[in-house]
Structure formats: C-alpha cells, structure tokens
Design a protein around this ligand. Structure first.
Ligand code: ADP
Ligand code: MG
Length: 254
C-alpha cells in the first residue's frame, strides 16, 4: 500500500478556536484504495481535521494537497467539487425529498431547454443504489428511511459526485450489528474500486476489522500512523491516552 502515492496529504495543520488549540502541527495522508482510521479520545481533534478537509473550517496554518497539488478549500462546495465527500453519524438528508432528489439536490441534471431531467436522475439513482447492492425505491421520501438507509443514500450521493475520498465520522454509532455488517460490505466494495475512505470510530474492534492504517491524535497533536496489522489494542490505547496500560493499571501487590 505504501508504494501508492497519497491521494490526499495534510501537513503541519493547526487550528484554534479562541484559546483552544483544536489541532497543532497535525499530519495526515491517505492512499487510494485504503481505509484509514482516525483515532483519538473525545476532544482529540478528529472532527476538526475532517471539517478542515471538507471546507467547513479553514486551517490557521499548514498545507493540504490532492494528488500532489496544493489545495485550499474556502467552503464545503469547493471540497466537494474536488472529490471529497463526508457522511456523519446523523445523516443530513432532506426528509420531505425523495431519494433521487436527495442524491441530486443542488445539482439537478437538465435536459434540452433547461428542463429538469427527472427520468434520467431516477435512472441514475437506481443505478447507484444497484451498484451498492442496496434495495431501495428511489421515489421513497427520506423521512421513511432508517438511519442506515439514509447513510446508504449519502454514499450513493458520494458515488454520484465521483468522490475520491469518502469520510465517515462515527457512522456506526446508531446502527444495528446487521446494519454495520452491510455498511462494512459497502466500504470494502468502495475501497476495492479505489476510493480512499477515512473512518472514525471509537470501537477498536471495528478498526481492526475494517481499516488498513490508523492515525492517532491526542490533545490536538499528531501521535503517529500505523498499519493495523502491526499494532495491538493495548498499543493503540497507549497512543491514544499517552501512557502505558501498566501506568494506568499498576499491578497490585497482594
Ligand atoms: P473530536 O472529534 O476528536 O472529539 P473535536 O475536533 O470535536 O474533537 O474537538 C477538538 C477540540 O476543539 C475540543 O477541545 C473542542 O472542544 C474544540 N472545538 C471544536 N470545535 C470547536 C468550535 N467550533 N468552537 C470552539 N471549540 C471547538
Ligand atoms: Mg468528533
């Protein structure tokens, strides 16, 4: 994997909110066809890094590059146009719009004379859902979908913009076990087709099951990047909290 060139790189990223250093000199990179986990305790800076990658925030310092070329995102639209899509713990679909409308919201296809090309959009929605192996009728309104189904629609939307990088911030926290298995099937399918996936989860067993590498943040600082196959749960926890488990749980002399 490490022979592949990064599709995205961030270096020396810093971001403060008032006096709070959310990120200080943080590094991150991901290669195509990789699931890269982002790990850290609450407040470590994971969501802030993601929001910088998606143009929600602008960094105070640091550089980002896509396919080796420097980039700077003034807003979320610019990040999306560059091929970076994100799905969150709580999906953000429009409840009264149907699946097709949600996939194409803000960028409807048009036919001759500027008419909206509904039939074409429905066909495309159906094709994207089929590609993901998801059995949903594209005319279903979002309000009737489960959280897991809404995430599938957001992934279909990411596919439709040809996202090179798909970011998932705690996507499994409100899913059932069966839904998590279905999400993982789709994540692996996207990875195998070359998409770079950034996966945030507190559940270490999920990272070992799904991720190729992990980057650890602690108190807004970069701790390190490791292939999952080279680390133990114990080691990950040590990197997250900054102390060894022996320090945290000293052996009692009884
Ligand atoms: P994580 O996602 O790893 O839990 P965050 O990136 O959400 O961490 O937060 C990192 C730090 O930055 C925390 O101390 C948090 O309180 C602070 N922070 C994040 N966003 C804001 C904001 N918009 N305003 C003020 N402080 C923020
Ligand atoms: Mg967060």
């Amino acid at each position: 994997m490490s022979e592949r060139l990064p599709v995205f790189q961030a270096q020396h990223i810093s971001k403060s909110f008032g006096g709070v250093h959310a990120l200080q000199d943080v590094h991150f990179e991901i290669v195509p066809g990789e699931v890269h986990a982002l790990l850290g305790e609450n407040g470590a800076g994971k969501s802030t890094l993601i929001k910088i990658m998606t143009g929600v925030y602008q960094p105070d310092a640091g550089e980002m590059a896509l396919d080796g070329a420097a980039v700077r995102f003034g807003n979320t639209r610019e990040a999306q146009n560059a091929g970076i899509a994100a799905i969150y713990q709580e999906p953000s679909l429009f409840p009264d719009l149907d699946i097709t409308e949600n996939i194409f919201v803000g960028r409807q296809l048009t036919a001759g004379g500027g008419r909206v090309a509904w039939r074409q959009m429905v066909q495309e929605a159906r094709r994207l859902l089929a590609q993901l192996g998801v059995h949903l009728d594209p005319s279903t309104k979002a309000r009737y979908l489960s959280v897991a189904e809404q995430q599938m629609v957001e992934i279909a939307r990411a596919l439709s913009i040809n996202a090179k990088i798909l970011i998932m911030d705690e996507p499994t926290s409100s899913l059932t076990l069966a839904e998590v298995a279905e999400l993982f099937r789709i994540v692996r399918q996207l990875r195998d087709s070359g998409t770079a996936i950034i996966f945030i989860s507190h559940r270490l067993e999920e990272l070992f099951e799904l991720a190729d590498r992990v980057t650890i943040l602690r108190d807004g600082r970069y701790v390190g990047t490791q292939p999952l196959k080279d680390v133990t749960t114990e080691k990950l926890i040590e990197m997250m909290v900054g102390r060894t488990l022996a320090d945290l749980f000293p052996k009692q002399n009884v």
